[in-house]
Ligand binder design. Structure first.
Ligand code: 5GP
Ligand code: MG
Ligand code: MG
Length: 183
């Protein structure tokens, strides 16, 4: 159990490795059915989506392509502003392609709605979104998310790709941090 592996840094485990994998398997099945006969390109947003991408795509029963973007979102403190800069663009020309954006978490949705609009401007056949986690604040931005792993409360979570100051991404489960980590 990685809560032990990381000492007592987690206050609470929200999702275990097994729960995450089971949900990703369900999403993969749904995605495979929805994209039957279509050549889907999975687009991950670095770095948080690394684990979701790796496991989701391995749950798919057939071959797919993936590509990555790195973006930086300007904001004050922990809240994103929706003002976004591309640090690393796609290698792939997505015109005419079916694009599925793979995300770790949607909080305000500002970063993602910018990313989706940016990709849509390149003439793809379709752009949909898959996120492992979604927070309640997302209702502030009208964004259509086709695939959601889990809806979670408005708490800061780490693990499974999600960081606190670049740490804890390698946790296999997802949880909230103990107060002592912040001090
Ligand atoms: P949004 O534009 O949706 O507000 O921002 C989404 C991004 O903020 C995520 O991709 C992630 O990097 C970061 N983020 C939002 N909520 C959390 C959280 O609870 N934990 C961590 N580690 N990052 C978060
Ligand atoms: Mg992300
Ligand atoms: Mg982060």
């Amino acid at each position: 159990m990685d809560a032990e592996h990381m000492g007592d840094d987690l206050a609470e485990v929200l999702f275990t490795e097994e729960q995450i994998q089971a949900r990703l398997a369900e999403l993969a099945e749904q995605i495979w059915t929805d994209y039957q006969g279509k050549d889907v390109l999975l687009v991950g947003v670095l770095k948080g989506a690394v684990m979701v991408m790796a496991d989701l795509m391995r749950h798919l029963p057939g071959s797919v392509e993936m590509d990555w973007m790195a973006i930086s979102s300007y904001g004050s403190g922990t809240k994103s502003s929706g003002v976004v800069r591309i640090l690393k663009d796609l290698d792939t020309d997505i015109s005419g392609r079916h694009v599925l954006i793979v995300e770790d978490i949607i909080d305000s949705g500002l970063t993602l709605s910018w990313t989706r609009a940016n990709l849509e401007s390149r003439g793809p056949a379709s752009v949909e979104i898959c996120t492992l986690l979604r927070k309640p604040d997302v209702v502030k931005v009208p964004i259509d998310v086709r695939y959601v792993g889990f809806d979670i409360p408005n708490e800061f979570v780490v693990g499974y790709g999600l960081d606190y100051a670049e740490r804890f991404r390698n946790l296999r489960s997802i949880g909230t941090l103990a107060p002592k980590v912040y001090s």
